[in-house]
Design a protein around this ligand. Structure first.
Ligand code: HEM
Length: 212
C-alpha cells in the first residue's frame, strides 16, 4: 500500500515538475518566452485547490519515502535506484528553501520572481545559484522520470524506460538547463532590469534586515 501511495503522489507532483522544467528551459529564449509561458500555466498550478493538491502530494511523497527508507533500510539497490535516492536526498534538502524563496515572495508580499527576479539571483550570487539551479533541474528530472518508470507499473500503467533512454533524456535536460542558465545570465538574451525588479528589491531589503 505504501508503494502505491508513493507512486501516486510522485506521479501527481511529477506532472508539475515537467511543466515547471519546460518553463525553465524557455529562459534560453528570453524574458517574453519565460514569463509568457509562466503567466499562462501559473493560473492553473497556483489555483488554490490545485496548488494545495500538488504541495500535499509532495509532502505525502517525502514522508512515505523517508518512512520506507527507515523501515526497510537494508534493501540492496541497483545503480539507477541509488542515483534515484541521491537525487531524492538532494531535493529533500533544498525543496523547502526553494518553495519559501520563490513562492514565499508571492504568498507573503505579492511579489512574483519572474525572469528578472531569477536573472537578479544569478547575477547577485552566481557561484551559489548556477550550480544550485543546475542540480535542481537535473536531479528533479531524473527523480521524476525514473520514479515514474518504477511507480507507474505499480498503479497498473506500463512505462518501459531503458538505461539508454534515461541517460539520453537526462543528458538532454542537463544541456537545456545549461542553456536556460545562460539565458538568465544574459549571455545572448536581454535580461531587462534585474536589479530594478520588485523581487530584487524585496530580496535586498530582506538581506539588509539580516545584516543590520
Ligand atoms: C532548476 C530550475 C528551477 C527554477 C529556475 C525554478 C524556479 C521557480 C520559480 C520562479 C517559482 C515561482 C513560480 C511562480 O511564481 O509561478 C518556482 C516555484 C516552485 N518550484 Fe521551482 N524552479 C526550478 C526547479 C524546480 C524543481 C526541480 C522542483 C521540484 C522538484 C521545483 C519545485 C517548485 C515548487 C513546488 C514551486 C511552488 C509552486 C507553487 O506552489 O506555485 N522547482 N520555481
Amino acid at each position: 500500500m505504501m508503494k502505491q501511495i508513493q507512486a501516486g503522489s510522485g506521479a501527481l507532483f511529477a506532472a508539475f515538475v515537467f511543466v515547471h522544467l519546460i518553463n525553465t528551459f524557455l529562459a534560453a529564449f528570453g524574458i517574453a518566452a519565460y514569463d509568457g509561458f509562466q503567466g499562462a500555466v501559473r493560473v492553473v498550478y497556483q489555483a488554490f485547490f490545485i496548488e494545495m493538491l500538488l504541495l500535499g502530494a509532495l509532502l505525502v511523497h517525502l514522508v512515505v519515502g523517508i518512512t520506507r527508507i527507515v523501515i526497510e533500510p537494508k534493501r540492496s539497490l541497483s545503480t539507477r535506484a541509488r542515483w534515484h535516492r541521491y537525487a531524492g536526498f538532494f531535493l529533500l534538502f533544498v525543496i523547502g528553501g526553494h518553495i519559501t524563496a520563490v513562492r514565499g515572495s508571492s504568498w507573503f508580499y505579492g511579489v512574483f520572481p519572474g525572469f528578472e527576479g531569477l536573472a537578479f539571483s544569478i547575477d547577485y550570487a552566481p557561484y551559489y545559484f548556477v550550480p544550485y539551479y543546475f542540480l535542481l533541474g537535473v536531479a528533479g528530472f531524473y527523480h521524476a522520470i525514473n520514479g515514474l518508470s518504477v511507480g507507474l507499473p505499480r498503479l497498473g500503467f506500463k512505462l518501459a524506460l531503458s538505461n539508454r533512454a534515461l541517460r539520453l533524456s537526462t543528458s538532454a535536460v542537463a544541456v537545456a538547463m545549461g542553456a536556460a542558465l545562460l539565458g538568465f545570465a544574459g549571455t545572448w538574451t536581454d535580461v531587462g532590469q534585474p536589479y530594478e525588479s520588485e523581487f530584487a528589491k524585496l530580496a535586498l531589503e530582506i538581506l539588509r534586515g539580516f545584516t543590520t
